[in-house]
Design a protein around this ligand. Structure first.
Ligand SMILES: [Zn+2]
Length: 229
């Protein structure tokens, strides 16, 4: 009876694998000492939601930033406006669980153009990361895809969009506990108490208030200067 001979050999890395391995070593070493923010995934989500709501991208990895007298600023540009509009559409689709196939394809492609290095800052008790994106769209796509996770503790379960017509601000319901001492429940439908109150005003009363305010505006615009006798 013949026995199968055991052959032991090492795989030879390709040139591309060797290059990639060197790049990883360089990046990991850089990440350990980098000034890039060391943040939790939830902090990243907050920064992305803030960009969607306000256009402020200063805290986002990959945002084009200029530094003036030691303070960082993110300049407004048509490209940033377009990224923000696209992000708003993507987040609305996530909230409504209605991401189109073509959108998913774009998000998957964009989200892989970045590296997330685990740092695990012990004081926080949850994993922290430094992000090294090729550009801002990679970070936005990665975050949008993370928000699709609607599992019990998934970040996606937390993302909401204000239901008041004309508002549409995004928020995390876990950031919205009004008063925990009174056992307040996180708000799920409106971004702030004023918007909840406005939405709860009955339709006829709302129309009356709207007409009254329009009439006041019109009166102030058309008020003719009074003639002196
Ligand atoms: Zn609102």
């Amino acid at each position: 009876m013949s026995q199968a001979k055991t052959v032991l050999e090492f795989s030879t890395p390709t040139e591309a694998e060797k290059e990639a391995s060197k790049a990883v070593a360089t990046l990991v070493e850089f990440a350990a000492t980098s000034n890039a923010p060391n943040i939790t995934e939830k902090s990243l989500v907050r920064a992305v939601v803030n960009f969607a709501n306000t256009g402020q991208a200063r805290d986002l990895p990959g945002a084009p930033v200029i530094i003036v007298n030691g303070q960082s600023f993110c300049l407004a540009s048509p490209e940033m406006d377009a990224l923000r509009a696209q992000l708003q559409n993507d987040l609305t689709a996530v909230v409504q669980d209605a991401l189109a196939g073509s959108t998913l394809q774009r998000l998957r492609k964009d989200s892989s153009r970045m590296v997330q290095v685990p740092i695990h800052e012990m004081s926080l008790g949850v994993p922290t990361y430094r992000y090294f994106p090729m550009d801002l769209s990679a970070v936005l796509a990665h975050t949008v895809l993370m928000l699709r996770d609607k599992a019990k503790n998934g970040l996606g379960k937390d993302l909401k969009q204000c239901k008041l017509a004309g508002c549409g601000q995004f928020f995390l319901s876990s950031d919205m506990v009004a008063d925990t001492s009174k056992g307040g429940r996180p708000r799920e439908r409106f971004c702030k108490p004023e918007h909840m109150a406005a939405a709860q005003t009955p339709g006829a009363e709302r129309t009356r208030q709207w007409r009254a305010s329009k009439a006041r505006q019109l009166a102030s615009l058309t008020a003719a200067p009074t003639k002196k006798e």
